[in-house]
Design a protein around this ligand. Sequence first.
Ligand code: SF4
Ligand code: SF4
Length: 229
Amino acid sequence: MVIRTFQLVVTIRSCAANACTAYKSRRCLTTSPIRYKIIVSDQIIIVGALQWNRKRCQNMVNPKEVKEKAENLEDENYSFRSFLKSTAQSKELDARFAELHNELFDSYDCCKCTNCCKTYGIILGNEELARISGFLGMTESMFFEKYLELADYDDDNQFRIRAYPCSFLLDDGCCKINECKPDVCKEYPFTNQPDRISHMINIISMSAVCPIVLEILERLKTMYGFQSR
Ligand code: SF4
Ligand code: SF4
């Protein structure tokens, strides 16, 4: 009997960032190899393993250095904002943002970064409070006592996760409540949403936290032929 063994490694775009639960899910989709066995005949059996490799982003800034890099680029980024306001078509700019967002999140492992989970006070509404407390098997009042504070003392329908880094960030970069995490965590950094031209100040601010945002801005500068002075 002849047994042939092959190792087939395929690099794929594993997901579309918006639809994908890996992006921002803190779960890398790099999977264990899928073992297979093909019986060709009594004489020939092919066994092997199929490995899905997620493409890795090249040359992305280290998450620990993103703040410093963004601060160095701040003046240039504000000039770029003015440049876009005078030259860019809003819909075309949104399309370019969305394309870069999908491409970069598709190949980036947020578990290795987690800057957003360490930086922002996450705001929840009533519905999210009910959903997450149920997921954790806690009453709403227990959940509030343990993790939350009022986001605005004049509004008792808005809550903030009290701790920085977020209480639900696990040591491996995963999110403990990934299945029902707050909407803002699913949407951040909002670079695939419409009317980005009106939100450039927020985007520049987020570039000091999120390496993907910083990279998107740099790539947009090249796409639009922006020259810094
Ligand atoms: S709930 Fe906390 S750990 Fe989970 S994604 Fe949001 S900020 Fe990160
Ligand atoms: S800051 Fe950006 S790259 Fe880092 S974990 Fe958050 S969304 Fe992912």
